[in-house]
Design a binder for this molecule. Structure first.
Ligand SMILES: Nc1nc2c(c(=O)[nH]1)N[C@H]1C(S)=C(S)[C@@H](COP(=O)(O)OP(=O)(O)OC[C@H]3O[C@@H](n4cnc5c(N)ncnc54)[C@H](O)[C@@H]3O)O[C@H]1N2
Ligand code: MOO
Length: 395
């Protein structure tokens, strides 16, 4: 059997980062920057007040209380400013430019809040409550390096340096197709022998959680021709394809039957539990990667986390490797088949323990839904005693 590491290594050697595009600011969330972003101006661009209060000369308020005439009122965005002469005060708002002559800001709480004259009750040192130009960023400074994943804060600094568009690797578009003639859309009525299709929903959601665009292309039955047609329709708009089901040893395995003759997708057994039957390869002229995951719901989800997610990271221009693990102490005994790496569902607690859940079957979706971690048991371990340190993948 092929090892988990070898299977992931083959996948990562095949998938490539997507080509960067000029993207509008609004479209950059979840994309990966492909250029260095720098600021054309210092940030803040000008000295400004950090508080609502009064801009004055510190030397005029060394003896307090003192009452000064208020000669101007400046709000954020004010352009024409009167200079602050000796013995004068200017009422100033947070973010408003510092008027010339003033070297300190007295917060309104330290005053009587007057608008014609103001009584100042507390001294302020030179520079008090002033935000200096360039204190955050100097003109020309790189604020984001290529390869940065763009989240809310990163998008904020791109906007903050005035950029409308940036060069970024887009979110991969991933088409999800489930196979199986027993599948019925949720909301429909089950006849005998049927089940609701959960995998295509789980996998599409997992794709989105992984920072890619998920398109659920519904389910096809057990006819390999229908699957090939469906793949053909979606290949043009896909950066990757995921199928579920139809890859084991049964009499009707549409995925295997449809794709084996192409010679570009390999079906193998990977030494893991769940998720043993795996397929991976490329399709079409553009060599679109395809992941054919096993149909058991827990198996397809675990396979996604181990193989598809790192591949999507790589396509996004991020490092992409084995999911990170943390060490935890298992609260009860575990069993694992010899020669296979197990990924058991568990609940990781704040005290650093992980409790294995009841229902470790590959079909037991409810146990998966209550898990927040996968407990990893190495290939050469068949039994783990309660209290042992184990590695877990957080979900
Ligand atoms: N003789 C053997 N039988 C099986 C083997 C084997 O090695 N030899 N491997 C088992 C393992 S392990 C797995 S995992 C499954 C994988 O089977 P397939 O990928 O071919 O998937 P199906 O047969 O289509 O379905 C398996 C199971 O999952 C349910 N399913 C499928 N699709 C969905 C869906 N979209 N939503 C919810 N549930 C789904 C399906 O009804 C089956 O119960 O094969 C074992 N057998
Ligand atoms: O390997 Mo299958 O994925 O256990 O159920």
């Amino acid at each position: 059997m092929k090892s988990v590491d070898a299977h992931l290594a083959e996948i990562l050697a095949t998938v490539r980062p997507l080509a960067p595009l000029e993207l509008e600011l609004e479209q950059t969330l979840g994309t990966t920057l492909a250029e260095a972003v720098s600021s054309p101006v210092p940030l803040p661009p000008f000295d400004n007040s950090a508080m609502d209060g009064y801009a004055v000369r510190a030397e005029d308020i060394t003896d307090v209380p003192v009452t000064l005439p208020v000669i101007d009122d400046v709000a954020a965005g004010s352009e024409e400013l009167r200079a602050v002469g000796a013995g004068h005060a200017v009422r100033i708002m947070t973010g408003a430019p510092m008027p010339a002559g003033a070297d300190t800001v007295v917060p309104v709480e330290w005053t009587d809040g007057g608008t014609i004259t103001v009584r100042i009750d507390r001294r302020a040192e030179v520079g008090n409550a002033i935000r200096r130009a360039g204190e955050d960023v100097q003109a020309g400074d790189v604020v984001l390096e290529p390869g940065t994943a763009i989240g809310a804060a990163q998008l904020g600094i791109i906007a903050g340096v005035g950029r409308r568009r940036v060069l970024a690797r887009p979110r991969p578009r991933v088409v999800v197709i489930s196979t199986g003639s027993e599948l019925v859309e949720p909301g429909g009525t089950l006849a005998r022998g049927q089940i609701w299709d959960s995998n295509s929903y789980t996998l599409t959601a997992a794709v989105r959680e992984a920072g890619a665009e998920g398109f659920r292309a519904g389910s096809v039955g057990d006819d390999p021709k229908v699957l090939l047609d469906r793949l053909d329709t979606h290949l043009v708009r896909a950066d990757a394809i995921i199928t579920s089901g139809g890859v084991s040893m049964g009499a009707y395995e549409p995925v295997k039957e449809a794709l084996s003759p192409l010679g570009t997708v390999r079906f193998e057994k990977v030494a893991m539990q769940p998720g043993m039957p795996q397929g991976f390869g490329v399709l079409g002229e553009d060599q679109v990667p395809i992941f054919t995951l096993p149909g058991n719901p827990v198996s397809s989800f675990v396979s996604f986390m181990l193989f598809v997610r790192p591949a999507l990271d790589r396509m996004r221009g991020l490092p992409g490797g084995m999911p990170e693990t943390v060490t935890a102490y298992v609260t009860g005994p575990l069993r694992s088949p010899s020669g296979r790496r197990s990924f058991l569902r568990g609940r990781l607690a704040a005290d650093g323990t992980v409790a294995p859940l009841h229902g470790q079957g590959s079909h037991q979706l409810a146990a998966l839904a209550s898990a927040n971690a996968l407990i990893v048991v190495p290939e050469d371990v068949t039994e783990v005693a309660g209290g042992t340190a184990v590695e877990v993948i957080r979900l």
